[in-house]
Every structure is written in C-alpha cells, then in structure tokens.
Design a protein around this ligand. Sequence first.
Ligand code: FMN
Length: 404
Amino acid sequence: MSTFGTLFRVTTYGESHCASVGAIIDGCPPGLPLEAKDVQVQLSRRRPGQSNLTTPRDEKDLVQLQSGIEHGITLGTPIGLLVRNEDQRPKDYSETDLYPRPSHADWTYLEKYGVKASSGGGRSSARETIGRVAAGAIAEKYLKVAYGVEIVAFVSSVGKIHIPSAAVSPSNEDDDTTAEALSPEFRQLLSTVTRAQVDAHPTRCPHPQTAERMTQRIIRAKDALDSIGGTVTCVIRRVPSGLGEPVFNKLEATLAHAMLSIPATKAFEIGSGFRGTEVPGSRHNDPFERRADGSLGTKTNWSGGIQGGISNGEDIYFRVGFKPPATISQAQQTAQYDGTLGTLEARGRHDPCVVPRAVPIVESMAAIVILDQLLIQNARRTAAALLPPITTLPPTMVKPPESD
Ligand SMILES: Cc1cc2nc3c(=O)[nH]c(=O)nc-3n(C[C@H](O)[C@H](O)[C@H](O)COP(=O)(O)O)c2cc1C
C-alpha cells in the first residue's frame, strides 16, 4: 500500500531512478496559507549531498506544487506535489543486476512482485520519502497555524554513542530508589530542544560534545567502506488531549506504524520505552496535578504523552531505531540471484549513516499522524456537539463542560 491516513490521506509515488517522485494529499483542510517554500524547507533538510556525512548524490529536490492551491491558499481539493529525479546514475548498479544486495529489498521485491525496477532500490529507495516529507510539511503547517503544535526530532545516537539519556543505573540490581528511565538532562533537552539547535551540527545531534563523537564514528564507517546505524528521538508539543482511536489504532500504535514504514527502521519505543521496564510503578507513574489554568496535567511524563492509546495533552515523545544502511562498498561474500557464490563490492553513492537525513522524515510522519487523528477526533466532537446535553447520567460519567 502506498497510501497512509484516514481523513488526511497521503499517497506517495515514484522509484529511485524514474522521472519524478512525489505525493497526492487528499483531505487537507481548505483555507490554509501555503507556499512552495513551506514544503521546500523540510525537503532541503532531507535532501542528499548536505554534508560529508551523507550520500553525495546531488539532488536539489525542488518541489513543484501541481494542484489544490491557488493564490497561496489550499482549496480543500487534492494537492499534488512533484520533485524531479535529476542526478541518476543507473550504471552504478550494474553489479546488483547479478546480486541481490544483502539486507536491502532487491530480493524480497522480486519475490513479491515477480518483477523489479531495473536499477537502484526502486520503490524501496529513500527517494520515496520525498513524498512523505512534502506531505508532512503541509500537515505540520496546519498543526502549527491552528494549534501551535511543535515537532522537533533529533539524532539521539549513532552506533554506541548516545546523548547521555539513561540515568546512572544503581550498582545493586535490587535498589529501586535511584533508578530512572531517562536522565533529568535528557528530559530537559526534550522539553526545550529547537530545530535551530538540531541543525546547528551536520549530525543533527543537539548535544555538541556527543555530536562531535558521532561525526568521527560516521567518518570511521565511511572510510572503512562500511555503514553504521543510530536512533532518532522526536518530541511533539502542544498536542490536544483526546487523539488516538483505541483499540487497534491507539495513538502510539499509529505512530509506530508510521515510523516503522520509513525505510531502514528496526525499532520504536514510546515514552520511557524499554528502560521504563526496569523501574517500579511507584517511580514510573505520572501523578496528576491541577495546573494554574485549572486544567489537570501530570507532574511527570514517563507515559510519553499517551495513555490508553489517547493523547493526554503532555509532550509526546518517542524514539526510532535505524539500521546501518545495507549498501556498502566493502567486499561481501554472498550469492547471486542464480545461487552462484561470489563477492559483491557495491558501487553507487550511499549514506554511511541515515539518521541525520531521517530527522525530517520522522517529523513528517509524526505530523501526518497527528493531523489525521485530529481531524478524526474533531469530526467526532462536532457530531456529539449537535446532540442535547447529557443530563441523565451520574456526574462522574460525563466530562464537565469546558470553561473558556
Ligand atoms: C534517509 C535514508 C537514506 C537511506 N540511504 C540508503 C543508502 O544510501 N543505501 C542503502 O542501502 N540504504 C539506504 N537507506 C535504507 C534503504 O532504503 C532500506 O534499508 C531498504 O529499502 C530496505 O528496507 P528495510 O531496511 O526497511 O528493510 C536509506 C534510508 C533512509 C531513511
């Protein structure tokens, strides 16, 4: 399936070496001020050739808005977004006519469809994510204008080099008094980090000391004709409470679906994640408190802004794991399509580590999910508001009317 979403529906198209890639968005609210530069900012953060840490494929990835917008305002009709593929070198892939690249998608695409694109990763190439990023930029603009939502993703690890995030584990494994899933320093970073801080370093890691070590790690992989993985953490601020469709489309499940559809992803965790499993409930629960504006909030946020699959109004944060990219120039012993054993030294221009470029892709998929869920919840609320007030149920069963 190349379509994602229910009311904000994104269909992406294109392969690595075809004429163009892009997206059709159906369901964008009408009346949104939108210009090509709103989309271009994120496409330029995703594009290849940004630094010596990414693939040198030289694509400008300039977007053309094809439909659905006039005089800088969305019409509510399908929006077509197109980016031409320009710097293609299909000859770089002549070896892979013989060999399916280990841990890439050449073999499985051929198994599934019985036919595959003649060169490059075809549909499995990261070129496909251009359509997602363009659509995500539009979703993000709506969220920002209408709700003040902020989405910031950043590189949290490369290989074994992490931003200091886990609190020091107690030396005694029975000591529950000091264990915490994330360090105060990392939680502070989550609540304050900005895109400007993220983009201040080519790694897109907003922790300068760690960023330098990450650079060296990526260059070491590149010099060894190898590759390395990493993680991207994302925080979404000012999301209204009530988003998410339990039980099968719980908000974290939909976010996980969106994130794990990005090429090269291997892992997803929400809030305290796997580290939260090591902490007792008494230190992991998020107690409620009354805020200055009279609303209820939570004192801590180990839940990552989602409880019961529904946003609770706190910051949503999650982490996505990316594998080391599969195409490496180092010699690999493997089998050809016909089973002949041999050595593959893949040519072509490839990312030694995908996480710096994955940052805007993660942000975009997050924006698409949040806007889609918001439109669904708003439709439900609008329908319910047309009914007479509920007066026959015990007060504990009904949400009190909101005071403005
Ligand atoms: C931003 C980005 C850049 C990527 N660059 C490369 C690359 O240069 N070489 C490569 O082999 N894979 C690259 N990938 C990953 C492949 O697209 C992906 O591993 C492949 O389609 C197989 O799919 P899977 O890893 O999801 O199983 C990249 C992924 C992303 C998100």
